[in-house]
Structures are given as C-alpha cells and as structure tokens.
Design a protein around this ligand. Sequence first.
Ligand SMILES: *[C@@H]1O[C@H](CO)[C@@H](O)[C@H](O)[C@H]1NC(C)=O
Ligand SMILES: *[C@@H]1O[C@H](CO)[C@@H](O)[C@H](O)[C@H]1NC(C)=O
Ligand SMILES: *[C@@H]1O[C@H](CO)[C@@H](O)[C@H](O)[C@H]1NC(C)=O
Length: 242
Amino acid sequence: MLAALVAALTANAQSVDPGVGVNPKAQGATEDVTKTTGPNGSEDWLNTGITGDGWNPPFLALDDIYHVSLDDFYGSIGSPCKQYDQYFQSAGSKYGVDPVFLAVIAMQESSCNASAGGPTPGLMQVSCDNYPNGQCTDSIQDNVDAGTNYLESQLNSTGGNAIEAFGSYNGWFTAGSGLNNNQGLTESYPCSSEGQANGVPQNLDYLHQVMNGWLMGLDVYGAQNWIGSYQCDQSCSDGGKC
Ligand SMILES: *[C@@H]1O[C@H](CO)[C@@H](O)[C@H](O)[C@H]1NC(C)=O
Ligand SMILES: *[C@@H]1O[C@H](CO)[C@@H](O)[C@H](O)[C@H]1NC(C)=O
Ligand SMILES: *[C@@H]1O[C@H](CO)[C@@H](O)[C@H](O)[C@H]1NC(C)=O
C-alpha cells in the first residue's frame, strides 16, 4: 500500500533534469526531460511528419547525440546490461559505434535479457537476416553483432542520420518504401490493418524514449514511464494509436 503510494507519487513527478544541458543541434530541446521534450529535441521534432503526410526525420549524427556515459548507464538503470559489456565493446570496436548506443538499444529492446524470445530473439531483437550467415544462433556475440550490423547498415543508408537509423530499428519508415501508400510512417499506420498485418505495431514514443529517456539514464519502463505522449501498449486496443 505504502509502496504503491510512493510509486504513484514518484510517477507523478513528470520532469527530470539529467544534467547534460540542451543539444544545440536539436529543435524544441529542453534541459529537463518531460513527457514531450528533452535535451535531444522535442518528440514533435523527432517525429516530424507523422501527424501529416508521413515521417520525414530531421537529421542528428550519432556523434551529436547527448547521452550519459556508459559507466553511468551501467551504474543506474542499465545495470542488467553491464554483464554483457564485453559483447557491446567488441561489436562497438568492430563497427566503430560507441557501445553506449548498443547497450541502450539492448535495454529498450529486451531489457537486456539475452534469453528474451520472440521472432527476433535475444538482447538486440533483430531478425535472423542480420546474422553472419543469415541464420540466428545462440551466441550472444553473434546477436550483438547482428544488431550492430543492422544499426550500421541503417546509418549507411541514411547518410549517417541517427534519428532515422534508430527509428528504423523499431520499424519506422520514410516515403518510398512501398508501405502506407508509399508515404512515410503516419500516426494512423501502426494500428491500421496493414500496420497490424506487418507485425508488432511501431511504438510512436520510441524516438523520444531512446533519445531523451534511456540515453539520459532514465527508467523508461519504470519510474519515468510517463515519457512519451502516445503511451503505446502495442495492442491497438482501447483506441490507442499503437
Ligand atoms: C541528446 O542530447 C544530449 C544533450 O544535448 C546529448 O549529450 C546526447 O548525446 C543526445 N542524444 C541523442 C540521442 O541525441
Ligand atoms: C528473460 O526472458 C525469458 C524468456 O522470455 C524469461 O523466461 C525470463 O524470466 C526473463 N528474465 C528476466 C530477468 O526477466
Ligand atoms: C557501411 O559503410 C562502410 C563504408 O562504406 C562499409 O565499410 C561497411 O561495410 C558498411 N556497413 C554495413 C553494415 O553495411
């Protein structure tokens, strides 16, 4: 009872300052993380186009993204990821990607549970096509390499746009992909019949949760679960958009 009350009070504190300042390259950025804004730009900016004629992501290079240090992430909300550090380090140096991004993606995707199942198993939750021989294996290193390979292939094909690459990790797409009448992702797509037929609906809070939540060391699935204006349960029930 008391614990529930404390949790409710904590959940009601709906802003937090991760102390990283404001990213000058992001629009609508705020020092505090709130339901709809944060140091890496507002959710509206990250999601540009989804309430109109389709997602048209703004540009932010991976190196320009603000984040807490890997040690701070492991020392706080990312503690379940720490045991896999060697795999993030190895894939990071193989692909030239800062391992903090890999640990954060693993946290968002599987809560850093290497036993997580589903059609895209493991820490990084990417499809088997991304594995060395196009086949899933039980190796944690293969799994982290596959996720990193996917992230890098998306960075390569978007001219280095981290916003677009992170979005694609959650099934976001831009105009010309053939989906959604060849428009980019729109707000109405995840729960449309086409969107649902394509699998798990896209999480419309994904970019805000990754950029301004996990990368700031916040607990997007716990105390800071108020981050995001859509609050998807990925069931498309109750009139939710995702
Ligand atoms: C978000 O902004 C912070 C502070 O400006 C920066 O350190 C971090 O790298 C940015 N992260 C992303 C994902 O843009
Ligand atoms: C990890 O995922 C497996 C498979 O879904 C589940 O059985 C296990 O309880 C999970 N571990 C934790 C720590 O949540
Ligand atoms: C990304 O581009 C670099 C440079 O062209 C290339 O060496 C690398 O293999 C590409 N990575 C992926 C995963 O396609």
